[in-house]
Design a protein around this ligand. Sequence first.
Ligand SMILES: [Zn+2]
Ligand SMILES: [Zn+2]
Length: 165
Amino acid sequence: MIIELGNIFVADGSIIELDLDFNFDDVEYYGICPFNEKVVLKGKISNHAGLVTLNGNVRCNYTAPCDRCGEICSEMIDFDINYTLVQKLDNDDEKDGFIIVSEKKIDIDEVVLADLILNVPMKHLCNDDCKGLCAGCGKNLNHANCECKEDNIDPRLAALKQLLD
Ligand SMILES: [Zn+2]
Ligand SMILES: [Zn+2]
């Protein structure tokens, strides 16, 4: 979605309210499409004393396999975005936090999606106490106890379990 910024760079005090939702359900991340519910942005683009900023909050559901047991589960991602919009930058080193909008329009999908990817949780668990899979038989220990004894554990599966933890 392209947002036309109009005269925001010259009109001190002007505000463009943002109350948008995005559909990123076909965006692949590590082989799955985890953003399968709508992504919501609430915020504004505003000119305050000549400084044009984009500030908002993004919320969405992240749905992916649990890191330990592999069961599909969702968690809420919620983060703020804060950028300064400029028509040009003099110093190429200082790009962090700035978005260059030379055409007086901004591709808001691109901004939100880039930040969304950065805010994907490092650890994704169905439950903080997820027991994971048995290293012996592969059973999901959240649902069933298994008959494995510690010393029967297949070393290959044990190594896999360590990786998953
Ligand atoms: Zn789990
Ligand atoms: Zn087992």
